[in-house]
Design a protein around this ligand. Structure first.
Ligand SMILES: *Cc1c(COP(=O)(O)O)cnc(C)c1O
Length: 340
């Protein structure tokens, strides 16, 4: 059976580098949304907990429930069910109306739109939001924003940081007036954290960097992170083909010599997508992908019982003209995970 192997040592190496950048492990919230970017939600949450991480970020309630016991605080980015939540959960206010749909005593983080124009309230709505939170008896535990281009060489990052500084000031003023304790402030994802010297927010929301990747423009200092995930296939069958014979759908591969072809149990049904005709893919051990990827299979010029299809997705991301996030997140959640 195809499987994913997760390397504990690499994960802890990444968490150490991230903790150093953030100041301490208490300043990290690991982003585990979307099945931990395809790595396995429970597996990654268990490892993060073992390392001593106490905060996590997920997409919705269903994900939060799975890891509830493993963290002290779980931020839910976009829940739409709006029911009574555990004290561990903190719910994102993505628009003013959300405030009036949540039950009393819910912990909330206000998301502020500082330029991405995706989710969050406008900075002019802060007063209304915080007054609403008091009126509804919600607990105001956090205030955050999200950068739209922290990975790119542009001034956007500084402009949004400046906008968020204005937001922080306003929130502090309103909290003082209402005698509310100050919420936690956070704005950095992986790329923003690694562009920030002397990080001084309450925590950073770190997704991709913990998994061993960062998509920052190479002009920035790139931390030495190690990919956590590798994908493995098992042999279904092998055969000898003679020079001139073809392999797979569309007969796109023609053997230049007599050779052995082995078919492995990984395909696009598992989230290992077809690679466009003009590209060649070789595994890190140098085995060539022969012909098209099928739904449940792919062929390599190799004869091993078990083979590593990838242990680093940077090359694949390039071939697919996309980012590492998309390659790992697309993997089918039912692929078995093994921690080593
Ligand atoms: C996904 C996400 C993150 C993590 O981003 P990375 O680039 O993977 O570090 C942080 N904050 C929010 C709001 C997100 O949606």
């Amino acid at each position: 059976m195809a499987k994913v192997i997760l390397y504990r040592e690499n994960y802890f190496h990444n968490l150490k580098i991230i903790s150093q950048q953030a100041g301490s492990k208490n300043k990290i919230a690991v982003v585990l949304k979307d099945n931990a970017y395809g790595h396995g939600l429970l597996e990654m949450a268990t490892l993060a907990n073992e390392y001593g991480i106490t905060k996590a970020v997920v997409r919705n309630y269903d994900e939060a429930i799975i890891i509830e016991k493993l963290f002290r605080e779980i931020l839910i980015l976009a829940d739409t069910s709006f029911h009574t939540y555990s004290h561990t959960f903190h719910i994102t206010i993505n628009k003013l109306e959300d405030i009036y749909r949540l039950p009393e005593n819910t912990n909330v983080h206000i998301k502020v739109d500082t330029g991405m124009h995706r989710n969050g309230i406008h900075k002019n709505e802060l007063k209304e939001a915080i007054h609403g939170i008091c009126k509804q008896n919600l607990k105001f535990t956090g205030c955050f924003t999200h950068h739209r281009s922290a990975d790119e060489l542009s001034t956007d990052f500084y402009w949004q940081s400046h906008e968020f500084a204005i937001v922080k000031k306003e929130v502090k003023k309103l909290c003082e007036q209402l005698s509310l304790p100050l919420p936690a402030f956070h704005s950095c994802n992986s790329s923003a954290l690694f562009r920030t010297k002397n990080f001084d927010e309450d925590f950073a929301r770190v997704g991709i960097a913990q998994y061993g990747y960062i998509e920052n423009n190479p002009i920035f200092d790139i931390p030495n992170l190690k990919p956590v995930m590798s994908l493995w296939g098992n042999k279904i069958s092998s055969r000898k083909i003679t020079k001139g014979e073809h392999v797979g759908y569309g007969a796109t591969y023609q053997a230049p010599k007599d050779m052995v072809v082995t078919n492995y149990d990984v395909g696009y049904g598992d989230g290992f997508l077809r690679i466009s005709g003009e590209h060649e893919y070789k595994t890190h051990e140098g085995y060539q992908l022969l012909g098209r990827v099928s739904m449940d299979n792919l062929s390599l010029d190799c004869d091993k019982e078990e083979v590593c299809i990838f242990n680093d997705v940077k090359e694949l991301a390039k071939l697919h003209n996309t980012i590492s996030y998309e390659i790992t997140t697309t993997l089918n959640p039912r692929i078995k995970k093994e921690v080593q």
